[in-house]
Design a protein around this ligand. Sequence first.
Ligand SMILES: Nc1ncnc2c1ncn2[C@@H]1O[C@H](COP(=O)(O)OP(=O)(O)OP(=O)(O)O)[C@@H](O)[C@H]1O
Length: 275
Amino acid sequence: MENIISMKNVSFIRGNQVILKDISWEVKGKEQWVILGLNGSGKTSILNIVTGYQYPTKGEVSVLGHTFGKTNLPELRKQIGFVSSSLDDRFNQTLRLETVEDIVISGKFASIGLYENVTNEDREQAEQLMTFLRIDYLKGKTYDTLSQGEKRKVLIGRALMAKPQLLILDEPSIGLDILAREDMLSLMKEIITHQQCHVLYVTHYIEEIIEEMTHVLLLKEGQIVAAGQKEKVLTDECLSETFQLAMKVHWENNRPWASIHKNMDWTKFAKAESK
Ligand SMILES: Nc1ncnc2c1ncn2[C@@H]1O[C@H](COP(=O)(O)OP(=O)(O)OP(=O)(O)O)[C@@H](O)[C@H]1O
């Protein structure tokens, strides 16, 4: 099986700012990756490059066997599912009054809103997905009436409707309480096990790295701090470097958890932020 994602010496520069610097990264067949990094470290820029919405200034990129520069990006995008809270904001404005099942079905046509001819098979597939995501009780409800956790699951259902080979979840736990977050993580486990798609998961919180996620990319100021098997990458040293805090990692129930083990001088932090 060819690589799912391959980046060779990728840099992304806008104006005077080097946003990504010399990123070389490969995601192979059975690997499920998490990207971690502080605000502004370049996570979204990497996702924009993977989905072909930003073009790197230097370097080579291929995704699902498509080499950028030689491929039809809209075709590639059909094989990539994308869920982010910015999509949530967009849907809050445009799809408030659409029903949950229509939003899920619209994923097949990559449209916001449902304008195409929907077949019985499409409706059946959407129903199966809603059962799989434990949201069949939402049938008939409009998007504006849902809780954050329910909305997130509807957006995941919409992304899965197109049977993507790669599912990108960009900070899917934003705004969720601890119970809704664990529910979402248990669905991730089900998706990895049963939907046969690769998951690329972006988060700020290492405890969201469930057992099924195998690899981690740590980013700091647009550069890779470490990338590889999670047990090798999630060390006290690498995390402290990535998050610029003295951190300790411990593992519980096959999940990593972080604690902060020294007091920070926050006055320095405030000065650095105001630069
Ligand atoms: N198209 C662009 N033009 C100019 N600057 C950009 C562009 N895209 C990103 N940046 C800048 O690059 C840096 C990295 O941004 P990016 O959104 O990739 O970070 P992030 O790790 O996703 O952050 P967050 O966790 O806050 O979402 C930021 O300083 C951002 O302002």
